[in-house]
Every structure is written in structure tokens, then in C-alpha cells.
Design a protein around this ligand. Structure first.
Ligand code: PLP
Length: 437
């Protein structure tokens, strides 16, 4: 019997699967039960930013496990405090306190709850083409098809269009036009919904799994301004892009703005032990110096997860990982993927920043018709399935989402391994091209 059949798998049809069984890893590679090595070109779900088995994170967790494995949130903990200090140190100004959670979804739920408690307003704005998690509030905030099956329309969420020049909702032809029009649209949505009914706006500073969409310069600053003028809490969802993924510590740093609440997870400790959290800005913090925050979790600030964060952030600081991520995008992955687009007609768009990129595959570069339709399965998804199979066959773990191939290796991937990964993508893309005829 395959033990994997006993596991109920998220986001999946249940039943036997044909996936490698991994038993070990090192750096940018995972090793399966037969001893075969696979290059991880996705950092799993874009969380293993320091790769696998980074010695400093492993040592930090081991040391904490020897000392004190667990502790309730009501007590003070040296390792929890140290993790908070390191996180606050790299965060934008004014975000001085951390609510720890066990992942990103939970952190989004808490950020929205804090905002509603803070200003007493009901509604929350979120962008189309976004992902914010899979629990009730966070899935309703999600602005892509992953929401549809769970949407009861009852979470008080209003969606708006963010900037996305490749498929502009505003008929724009330059980043400047897209930025200006997207901000004017947002202002209209706020005015027509009624500013006094809107508690918060939740936004990925760089859209992650819903498309890798980098906003034009000035957009985040404009969003900050709209929120400030209307008393709306600006919640930056940095779960996927925070902690260096984009070549800055946080996505909002690209525009030099500070949100009121900043949600993180994944890269904070490379996912070695589940951890997420909310960085809380001063004015919202003050709300809860007068009355208790009415929610909590048994494992908030779990010592082993916090130890992993202390190890990971320490390593990121000492190894210059944020600068490495910027270099990776500017010198290796960006140019490498652009070159692939010259050879493969199925590539409609190449976009990304730092260590987070995507290739959007299309049937026709003029019409931009996606190579596979939204939610495609079985035969309709054949081009993407053929591409993924070709990658696995060549020892590469890709991240395929709809008609896109997301490229997000560990931020400390070597130039040589990155070149190997790009060469495998080149070969595997021929499989997708074959469906264009
Ligand atoms: N927000 C964003 C931007 C994400 O990418 C994710 C997960 O991919 C989440 C929230 C949910 O985080 P988690 O899966 O840790 O609950």
C-alpha cells in the first residue's frame, strides 16, 4: 500500500497520485526515496527561500528543542521576543509589534479582525487576481477562481482592479497610464461604496500566485494615500513576497511606504516550522492598549517556529540574501527567461522581480488567449501537464499555475543551478509549443 493514499490532499481530487516521495534535501535540491535529486525551482510553494536543510536554521531549531519545545502564548519567551525583535528591525517604520500565527491564512484573518475592531467599519476591499488564503475571510478576499467554490458572498468583501498592464482593465498602454488609471478606479470604488463603510484594504504589494504582477512605481504610494485620506486600514499581504523574495525585505519597500498592518509567513523562516504573523502599526496597537484584543491561538509564537525565524533572519542578514535576490532577478532569471521567450512562441509574457518570476503561456501572442482555460483539467490542461512532466523527467520541480509557469528558486540558488534550471525549462517548453499548431 502507498502510504500517501492515506493522506487527504489540499486543493486536489482525492485518490492515488503519481508524485515523487521525498526523503531528504540539501540547498536547492530535494532527494526522493530512490536517491534521485530534483532541483527545486519553486522553493516549494515559494517558502523555502534559503533552500533545504540550511544549517543555521536546523541548528536553531535543534537548540531550542533541547532547551524548551513548547510554551503557551501567555508566558514571556526569550526566543519569541528575539524573533519579534529581528522581524521589527527589518520591517517598515512604525510597525513595532508582532502577533504570531501559524501561517499566512490565519494572519490575514487576524489582520482583518484587528482592522474591524479598530475602526468599527464592516467592509474590506481586495484586488481581483489575488490570493489571501483559504479560510472563510481570506478565501472571500481572494480575487481569483480559487474563491468560487467557497464564495457565499457574505464576507463583506468588495473587489477592485489593480494595475496589470499585460491585460489592462483600463485600456492603458504605459505603466504610468496604468498606474494613474488604476488609482482613479480605486478612488471611485471607495467613493461609491462609501468610505465610512470600508474598514480595510488588503493588497499583495507584488501579486504572487495569482499572476506575479509587479505594480508600476507609485501605485503602492497612491494606495497608501487613498487609505489615509479615507481612514481605511492598509493591510499589506506580504505572505509570499515578504522577507526578501522581491529583492527588498518587503514588497512595500519598493515604493517606500508603510502599511498599517503587514501580514507575513513563508519566507520569515523558510517554512522549516509553520509560522506567520501580523506586524502591527502604532495606531492600531494603541487601540488594544485600552481594550483586550479579542482573539488568540494556542500556538501563537511557538518556540520552535520562532527559533527557525531567528536562524533564518540571522542567515539572511549575514549572507546578504536580499541583495542576492535582487541580483538573481536582474542578472540571471530575468535575462534568462526573456531569452526563452525569443525561442518559444507559447510565451506571451515574461514578468517578475528579484526571485519571483512567471512565464504566461498563450495560444496567440496577439490575442493573448491563455494556452489553457481557467480551471482546465484533463485534456484541456494537456499542454501544461506535458510541460510539467517534461520538467520532472529532467529532474526539475516546476510551479505550474493555470497557464503560467512560476519561477521562484531558493534565493541562495547558485548561478550554476539557476542555469541548469533555465536549460531544463527551455527543453520542456518545447512540449508546450507543440500544442500551438
Ligand atoms: N497570502 C498570500 C499572498 C499567499 O501567497 C498565501 C499562500 O500562498 C496566503 C496568504 C495563505 O498563507 P498560508 O498558506 O500560509 O495559510
Amino acid at each position: 500500500m502507498d502510504l500517501d493514499d492515506l493522506v487527504f490532499h489540499p486543493w486536489s481530487v482525492q485518490g492515488p497520485r503519481n508524485v515523487p516521495t521525498f526523503v531528504g534535501g540539501s540547498g536547492s535540491y530535494l532527494t526522493d526515496a530512490t536517491g534521485r535529486r530534483f532541483l527545486d525551482f519553486s522553493s516549494q510553494l515559494v517558502f523555502a527561500s534559503l533552500g533545504h536543510q540550511h544549517p543555521r536554521i536546523v541548528a536553531a531549531v535543534k537548540e531550542q528543542a533541547d532547551r524548551l519545545c513548547t510554551l503557551a502564548p501567555g508566558y514571556a519567551s526569550d526566543i519569541r521576543g528575539e524573533a519579534a525583535r529581528l522581524i521589527v528591525d527589518v520591517a517598515p517604520d512604525g510597525l513595532g509589534h508582532v502577533l504570531f500565527t501559524t501561517g499566512g491564512t490565519e494572519a490575514i484573518e487576524h489582520a482583518v479582525r484587528m482592522a474591524r475592531q479598530h475602526n468599527g467599519r464592516p467592509k474590506v476591499l481586495a484586488a481581483y487576481r489575488s490570493y489571501h488564503g483559504s479560510t472563510t475571510t481570506s478565501i472571500h478576499l481572494t480575487g481569483d477562481p480559487r474563491r468560487w467554490a467557497s464564495d457565499t458572498g457574505a464576507a463583506g468583501v468588495v473587489h477592485f482592479f489593480g494595475p496589470f498592464l499585460y491585460r489592462s482593465a483600463f485600456g492603458a498602454s504605459t505603466p504610468e497610464e496604468e498606474c494613474e488609471r488604476a488609482l482613479a478606479h480605486l478612488e471611485q470604488v471607495v467613493l461609491l461604496e462609501g468610505p465610512s463603510t470600508i474598514s480595510a484594504l488588503v493588497l499583495e504589494p507584488v501579486t504572487g500566485s495569482s499572476g506575479v504582477i509587479v505594480p508600476p512605481a507609485g501605485y503602492l504610494r497612491g494606495v497608501r494615500d487613498v487609505c489615509s485620506r479615507h481612514g481605511i486600514v492598509f493591510i499589506a499581504d506580504e505572505v509570499l513576497v515578504g522577507f526578501g523574495r522581491t529583492g527588498e525585505w518587503f514588497g512595500v519597500d519598493h515604493d517606500g511606504v508603510a502599511p498599517d498592518l503587514l501580514v507575513f509567513a513563508k519566507g520569515v523562516n523558510s517554512g522549516y516550522v509553520p509560522l506567520g504573523g501580523v506586524l502591527v502599526g502604532d495606531s492600531i496597537y494603541e487601540t488594544f492598549t485600552n481594550r483586550p484584543y479579542p482573539a488568540g491561538m494556542t500556538y501563537s509564537g511557538h518556540p520552535l517556529a520562532c527559533a527557525a525565524a531567528v536562524g533564518a533572519i540571522g542567515a539572511m542578514n549575514d549572507e546578504g540574501i536580499v541583495a542576492s535576490a535582487a541580483r538573481l532577478g536582474n542578472l540571471i532569471i530575468g535575462p534568462g527567461l526573456t531569452k526563452l521567450a525569443e525561442n518559444h512562441p507559447c510565451i506571451g509574457d515574461v514578468r517578475g522581480i528579484g526571485g519571483l518570476w512567471t512565464l504566461e503561456l498563450v495560444r496567440d501572442r496577439q490575442t493573448k488567449e491563455p494556452l489553457v482555460p481557467v480551471g482546465a483539467t484533463g485534456g484541456a490542461n494537456a499542454p501544461m501537464a506535458a510541460f510539467a512532466k517534461a520538467c520532472l523527467g529532467r529532474g526539475l520541480l516546476p510551479l505550474v499555475l493555470g497557464n503560467r509557469i512560476h519561477v521562484a528558486p531558493p534565493l541562495n540558488v547558485t548561478d550554476r543551478d539557476a542555469a541548469t534550471g533555465l536549460a531544463i525549462l527551455d527543453e520542456a517548453l518545447a512540449e508546450a509549443d507543440a500544442f500551438l499548431a
